[in-house]
Structures are given as structure tokens and as C-alpha cells.
Design a protein around this ligand. Structure first.
Ligand code: IFM
Length: 753
């Protein structure tokens, strides 16, 4: 494996505080910590989250991922002056996140208003091995004579979710003159949260403690000679009981903290690095490109895919902003099954299984929602947290002129999520051959989601139609026969029927109902120019010039000029819709239809959602339009990594990170799973000369490498796949060359593994 890249912030710019706090956030799937600065700035939003720890602050509020008491902040005083990069003179600034180790380091040379120079180096990481552990370290070196250094840090429970306080303080203690512990309980008395930390400083330092106004702090003071360094090493342990209070938890937390403090920063980092190294080994995508930002984008995406995924807990899933910010309240969307699960499915299938079990365990909530709405089966919540109930806020932003709030319609009608989950279940079954899962959780998920669709239709002139839905394009609400929804629902029911037939159980009418649904459900067919209607009324709506809005994709600027109701009545797409359908069910559409729909819909799409461009890129790659595909892929990378100062303030775009992987593997490597078969059709962009990645398929570990004219597959056992639509059996190391007649297997095969 080549060395992993890093992410550098070379300039201190308060406009970018929150963007970099997100991009450089630390995480291990259980704990996420935003990369805010040690010292306070009014414009930065601190954030620390535990996967699955949700709470509703009160009447009229929405359940949200709790922003925990802060452990990052340090009040630093240098010879009586408060250290802040907004005062004095900044002589050097460098912040770097190492994707390999997950360590974030900042080096600052600063001249105080008194004219004294200091070097301040700090670093921190979240352990990939011990899921509650967060460590930080700071070293301060005065250069112009001795200086008195004061640092106050500890546990700051004044932190809120933008003003909403979720935690009641229960107990603050300092044990053994060293270990600080804060115990909190969510206001609904459901979860206990414990934070412990210990700061290691020189024996020469004076240390005292204070507890005031929800802040438990250690105050350290030391006079340091010029050229010598003050150091402080902070180890912390963060934990919560997610399924009820537990008085024992605090003692356990303290034990874990003591173990960490004994090990110390360096040993914990080394141990965490080992764990991360093994993870990267099974996941990394390596690219040789003439643009170095391509490898960086892939490393960035995978770093965050690791950080956001709660591998330790099947009752939690991946939030749309991971564990990096308060955006979307930490809720789980279809983003998980469609944009994130494929990465796990093909690198660590057990994680994909767990994500599907999250839905299975939440079937009761999906049944409740379906029943409440008058339907049968499982209607999963559009936004999900821990309870499995619908968590979508009823209203979006307020119109401050009218005082009226815009209703969020997705929870009422964006039902494609149900079929998206079934799609992911099928993908899991095909990629793993996990019969046990498919016989129980898989079958139940497929059947219960299918039951929802069976009950959801209306009969119009003898055919079944799906009315009043919202497809992926959220700018077009409450429409009938959205192509994406109908095709996916059809697929969902077909999968359930197939599962039921295979299981050989008694027919309680389900089979007949499914057959009838499949025969009579209206699926919009391509018209003569092969374009498929997004819904019944789409073609009758006017178009407008979208150039201006497309240039500001992601900002929803069209809504500044038009009301939602007006946008609804025009051919304006927020995000891929029919194109999303082409992506999801590629085997259903011939290449001319795919190209015609891409050409029709893309110019009508603003790409105001981060789930859009990457999918267009993959579909373009499948059409053989490599340059276009690469442009879309890069635009997808720039959703978080681009220069826009505020695009990622409230958290990473998790789906966009997943789509960076999807674009490389499904777009350029041309990996496609069709009817249970694995197809590979490589087509690298001109900028790339080589692409390699690991890929799990049916219990077999494949290592795939490709250039513009060779394809090398290394397997740990025999497997069949399709290249140029022809089935080939490979074992060991197999090389293909691109010839005038397509990909040809190398005559001499060297079966070394
Ligand atoms: O799930 C998406 C949706 O498709 C578009 N709006 C944002 C959601 C969360 O990412």
C-alpha cells in the first residue's frame, strides 16, 4: 500500500472554522469529535457525539444527536495574555489531518501583543481501538525569555445543540487529585452520560481544580524557560447508556479512563494505528492520477466512512452527516442503504449485514408508521434515529415575513426509501450468499416492505398506480406514478415474491397478491425518444433557464427566486430521479434509453442535493462518456473538499463520501451487479493510469487492479465473473488485456495467490 495522503489547512481563516471542523473531525464509528481549535472562537461550533445517543429537548423540538460536553477546549494564557489567533501576530500556521493514523496536528508560531514569540503545537485523535477514548496533547515553547503558561481544560457542559440543552448535570468529581468525572442524564431520564478525563503535566506545574457553571476544569500553571516546553497530555473517556440509565456506568468509565491514562498518548496512538492499518488494508482504493487530489479525495472519503460507521452497535446506523455535526439532527436517511452500504458490502460485508439489521430491528416502528397512515406492512421513517419511529421535523425553515412554516413533505410521501431498503437487502444477499440472513431478516424485510406497496396502490382503469408520492427529486412533490418509485416498488415486490417462493412456505394469498401487483402496476415506459416521464405531469410543465442556479449547485438558490409551489410546477430537478432509477436498476434499460434520459434530465437538474452529481457520473461512465463521468466525479469530491467556505459547516455529506467510492468502483472500474452476477467493465478516466482496490464477493476476497489496457484480478479462491458480458472463471492471479476484440484473458495464468 502506498502511503496515505493527508488533509492540510495551510491558512488560518475564521470563515473556514466550521468547514475544517467538519472535514478534519475525528471518529471511530462510536465517538465523533469536531476539529475545532483548542482556544475559543465565537464563530466555531464545537461538537462531540456518540452514535445512537439521541434526545428530544422538549415540546415542539425534534429528536437529535446530542452534542456532548466539550473536551477539546483549552483556555491558554501566555504571560498574562489570552492566546487567540485573532490577536497578536500569526507567524506560522499549519494544521494537518493524517488519514492513516487519524491524528490531527496543528503547529502555530505566534507573537503576542507584548512581542513575545511562542510555538504552540497540539495534536489529538480518537482511538480506533478503544471506542470511548479521545486523547489530546499540547506543547508550548516560549522563545523570547521565560514565560508563565496557564492552561485550563476539562469538561465543559455548557455545550448545547445550538441552544438546546439535553443533559442534566448529576455529579462532578475529581478522584485522586487527577481524574475528573462529569455525570449527566438526558432530560427524559433515558440515558446516562459519563465523561472522564485526566491531564498529565510536569511535576513542577501547579495544579488546581474548579467546578462552576457546568464546567469542571483543571487549572495548570508553570513558568517555562526560553526554548523549554510546557506540555499537557489529556486522556478522556466518553460513554453513554443508550437503552436506559445505569448507575454502574460511571464507575466503569473511570476504570477505562485510568487504563488509558496509564497507557498514555503515544501508546494509545500506536495501538489505534494498528487497528486503522488493518482496516485500510481491506478497504483502500489506490489511484495513479495526474491530479494528486484524486487520491486525496478517495482517502478522505474512506477516512470518513470509517469514522461515521457504528460497527460496534447494530441498533445504530449511519447519520447523513456522520458524527461530524448537527446537520439533519444526526438522522438516518436512504443515504445509508443506497450510498453507503455498498462500500461496506464489498469491503466488510458483516457491517452491511449489521446496517440491514438496524432496519430489521426497527420493523416495529415501520409497522406503526404504516398503520398510522392507513397502510399495511413496513413504512420505514424517512428520517430515523434510535426508536425506529418517524423523526422528520414537521416543519422546515420559517418564512419570517409571514411567520408561516413550510411543511416537510418527505415523511408523508417520500416512500421510495421502503424499496431502497429492499434493494439493499437484495444486493446483500447477492454479494454474500448469506442464506441464514436472507432466510430470516432478509425475507422479513422484503415481505414487509412488499406488503406496504401492495397496500399503497390505487386502481385506475384496471391498472395499479402509485399516487401522491415524492421521488428522489424533492423539488417535485405529491405527484402520481413517479417512475423511480414505481420501478423500485415493482422490484421490491418481485424480490419478496421470489423469496417467498424459494422459502416454500404456504401461500396465504401473498403470492397471488404479488403476482397481481407485478402484472398490473403501471410502469412508465420510455416514449418514442426513449425518455421516461419522471411522473404523470412532468412533461406538461414549463422549463426555465437554470444556468444561474446550476452554477450555485448545492445552495438551493432557486428557492430565493421562486416559491416551492412554483418550483413544483416546472421541470426543475433538485437531484437525480429518473437518472437515479437508471443507476439502481441498470439491467432494465438499454444503453440508448440510458443515454437519452441522461441527456434529457441532466440539464433540468440543479444538483442542489449532494446525492446527485456522483450518480450522474456513474451513469455517464456506464454510457462510455468518460470525460463527463470524471467531471461529475470531481464535482462530487468537491462537495466537501471544494473551496466553498460554508458548505460543510454542519457536518460531512456522508452520502457524497460514499459516492466517491461508488464513482471509482462502479463508475470507472465498471463493477455492476446484475441479477446476482458480478460484471466488470473497466474504463478509466484519461487522468488515471491505474486503479486498485479490494473487493469482497461471495466470501471471496478479490484484489482488482486495472490500467487502460490491463485488468488483473487476484482471488483467494475460484470465482466466476463477467467481463464484456462473458462469464469467466478466475482463480489465483488472472490478467486480461484489452484487444480490438475486447478484454482477453492472458494465455499463461500464474496461480500465485
Ligand atoms: O436523503 C437526502 C435527500 O435525498 C436529499 N436531501 C438530503 C437528504 C439527506 O442527505
Amino acid at each position: 500500500m502506498n502511503p496515505l495522503t493527508t488533509l492540510v489547512e495551510a491558512r488560518f481563516d475564521p470563515h473556514y472554522h466550521n468547514k475544517y471542523a467538519t472535514l478534519m473531525a475525528a471518529g471511530n464509528g462510536a465517538l465523533g469529535v469536531r476539529a475545532t481549535h483548542d482556544e475559543a472562537y465565537a464563530t466555531q461550533t464545537r461538537g462531540m457525539y456518540l452514535a445512537g445517543l439521541y434526545h428530544r429537548a422538549g415540546e415542539g423540538e425534534t429528536t437529535e444527536l446530542v452534542n456532548l460536553p466539550d473536551l477539546v477546549g483549552m483556555e491558554i494564557e501566555l504571560n498574562g495574555e489570552i492566546f487567540s489567533l485573532l490577536s497578536g501576530e500569526l507567524l506560522r500556521y499549519h494544521r494537518e489531518l493524517c488519514f492513516a493514523s487519524g491524528e490531527l496536528t496543528r503547529v502555530v508560531d505566534w507573537r503576542s501583543a507584548q512581542g513575545l514569540r511562542f510555538t504552540i503545537t497540539s495534536s489529538r485523535f480518537v482511538s480506533a481501538q478503544r471506542l470511548g477514548a479521545f486523547c489530546s496533547r499540547i506543547a508550548i515553547t516560549p522563545h523570547d525569555g521565560s514565560a508563565t503558561i496557564r492552561v485550563a481544560t476539562g469538561i465543559d457542559a455548557t455545550q448545547t445543540n445550538s441552544g438546546r440543552q439535553h443533559l442534566a448535570e448529576r455529579e462532578l468529581r475529581v478522584f485522586d487529585n487527577r481524574y475528573l468525572q462529569g455525570r449527566y442524564r438526558t432530560l427524559d431520564n433515558h440515558s446516562d452520560v459519563t465523561l472522564c478525563c485526566a491531564c498529565q503535566v510536569s511535576p513542577q506545574a501547579q495544579v488546581s481544580f474548579s467546578a462552576k457553571n457546568r464546567r469542571l476544569l483543571q487549572h495548570t500553571q508553570q513558568t517555562i524557560a526560553a526554548g523549554e516546553s510546557f506540555t499537557l497530555e489529556k486522556c478522556a473517556w466518553v460513554s453513554a447508556t443508550l437503552d436506559g440509565p445505569d448507575d454502574n456506568a460511571a464507575a466503569q468509565s473511570l476504570i477505562r479512563l485510568r487504563e488509558c491514562a496509564v497507557a498514555g498518548y503515544d501508546a494509545l496512538l500506536a495501538e489505534s494505528l494498528q487497528t486503522r492499518r488493518a482496516w485500510w488494508q481491506g478497504a483502500r482504493v489506490e489511484v495513479e492520477s495526474d491530479r494528486e487530489q484524486d487520491q486525496q479525495a478517495l482517502d478522505f472519503a474512506l477516512y470518513h466512512l470509517h469514522a461515521m460507521t457504528p460497527r460496534h452497535d447494530e441498533r445504530s446506523s449511519i447519520a447523513a452527516k456522520g458524527l461530524t455535526g448537527e446537520g439533519y439532527k444526526g438522522h438516518v436517511f436512504w443515504d445509508t442503504e443506497v450510498f453507503l452500504l455498498p462500500f461496506h458490502l464489498h469491503t466488510a460485508p458483516g457491517v452491511a449485514r449489521q446496517l440491514l439489521r438496524y432496519r430489521w430491528l426497527n420493523l416495529a416502528g415501520a409497522h406503526r408508521k404504516a398503520a398510522r397512515c392507513g397502510w399495511q406492512g413496513a413504512l420505514f421513517p424517512w428520517e430515523s434515529a434510535r426508536s425506529g419511529d418517524e423523526e422528520t421535523p414537521e416543519f422546515a425553515a420559517i418564512n419570517i415575513r409571514t411567520g408561516l412554516r413550510q411543511k416537510v413533505a418527505s415523511a408523508e410521501a417520500e416512500h421510495h426509501l421502503v424499496a431502497d431498503i429492499a434493494w439493499a437487502v437484495a444486493a446483500y444477499g447477492q454479494a454474500t450468499g448469506d442464506g441464514a440472513f436472507m432466510a430470516q431478516e432478509g425475507r422479513e424485510l422484503l415481505e414487509e416492505t412488499a406488503r406496504f406497496w401492495l397496500s399503497r396502490t390505487q386502481t385506475v382503469n384496471g391498472r395499479l398506480e402509485l399516487h401522491d408520492v415524492i421521488g428522489p427529486d424533492e423539488y417535485t412533490e405529491h405527484i402520481n406514478n413517479n417512475a423511480y418509485t414505481s420501478y423500485l416498488a415493482h422490484y421490491n415486490v418481485a424480490l419478496a415474491l421470489d423469496a417467498r417462493r424459494r422459502s416454500g412456505g404456504p401461500d396465504d394469498g401473498f403470492i397471488t397478491q404479488c403476482e397481481d401487483f407485478l402484472a398490473r402496476l403501471f410502469l412508465p415506459m420510455p416514449r418514442q425518444d426513449r425518455v421516461i416521464a419522471q411522473d404523470d405531469t412532468f412533461f406538461s410543465k414549463p422549463t426555465i433557464d437554470l444556468t444561474r442556479y446550476r452554477a450555485q449547485a448545492g445552495s438551493q438558490s432557486v428557492l430565493l427566486d421562486y416559491s416551492r409551489a412554483e418550483v413544483n410546477e416546472m421541470q426543475i430537478l433538485k437531484q437525480a430521479d429518473v437518472v437515479m432509477l437508471l443507476y439502481m436498476l441498470p439491467w432494465r434499460f438499454d444503453s440508448a434509453t440510458v443515454a437519452a434520459n441522461l441527456d434529457y434530465y441532466e440539464p433540468r437538474t440543479i444538483h442542489d442535493s449532494s446525492l446527485s452529481k456522483a450518480i450522474h457520473g456513474i451513469v455517464a461512465a456506464r454510457c462510455g462518456r468518460n470525460d463527463e463521468a470524471y467531471r461529475f466525479w470531481r464535482a462530487g469530491c468537491d462537495i466537501d473538499l471544494g473551496d466553498a467556505p460554508h458548505s460543510s459547516d454542519d457536518g460531512i455529506h456522508a452520502a457524497a463520501a460514499g459516492a466517491i467510492w461508488l464513482g471509482a468502483v462502479q463508475g470507472f472500474a465498471g463493477i455492476r451487479i446484475e441479477k446476482g452476477e458480478l460484471h466488470v467493465t473497466p474504463s478509466l478516466p484519461q487522468h488515471w493510469t491505474r486503479l486498485t482496490f479490494p473487493f469482497c464477493w461471495r466470501g471471496c476476497q478479490l484484489n482488482i487492479a486495472m490500467t487502460h489496457d490491463t485488468l488483473t484480478l487476484i482471488t483467494d479462491r475460484a470465482v466466476t465473473l463477467f467481463i464484456d458480458a462473458a462469464a469467466v472463471e478466475i482463480d489465483g492471479r488472472t490478467v486480461f488485456h484489452l484487444t480490438d476484440h475486447g478484454w482477453r484473458k492472458e494465455a499463461i495464468c500464474n496461480p500465485t495467490r
